[in-house]
Design a protein. Structure first.
Length: 140
């Protein structure tokens, strides 16, 4: 089950049912089951606090993923900075919704086991993002 929350901001995420179907499809395509996933929308300052408090990283980011997976069941918390998603959408020439969907699937791919620490890993996870974003369009 995917649940949606806001911390320190007012934000309405639209198309939750579509998003839930999409994330379930992504999980299934990777031979995983979608368990309890919380998507927490927040501000830059909130995500910076989370980053410093739990990861000892003193910088802003678009997403922080906390992995609580067990076996093939995906569970975790995805903290997403709406501020950074908006900035990145402008920087990359995407719409806000496109960039937000990219960040959401990026977090789920981390739960699946993909990483982006090396250039090779980054290429692989970005390729997976593109693939699953294209599949999302087929659900609309």
């Amino acid at each position: 089950m995917v649940r949606y929350f806001c911390e320190d901001i007012k934000f309405e995420f639209k198309n939750k049912q579509l998003n839930n179907r999409w994330l379930k499809m992504v999980a299934g395509s990777e031979v995983k089951t979608l368990g309890d996933v919380s998507i927490i929308f927040c501000s830059d300052n909130y995500i910076l606090d989370v980053n410093m408090r739990y990861l000892q990283h003193d910088y802003f980011t678009d997403i922080i993923t906390f992995d609580y997976c067990e076996g093939k069941t995906l569970s975790g918390d995805l903290f997403i900075s709406i501020d950074t998603v908006r900035e990145n959408a402008t920087e990359y020439g995407a719409t806000f919704e496109e960039e937000l969907n990219r960040v959401i699937v990026h977090g789920l791919l981390h739960l699946i086991g993909y990483d982006d620490r090396t250039p090779e890993e980054a290429r692989e996870i970005h390729s997976k993002e593109d693939y699953y974003l294209s599949l999302r369009e087929s659900l609309i």
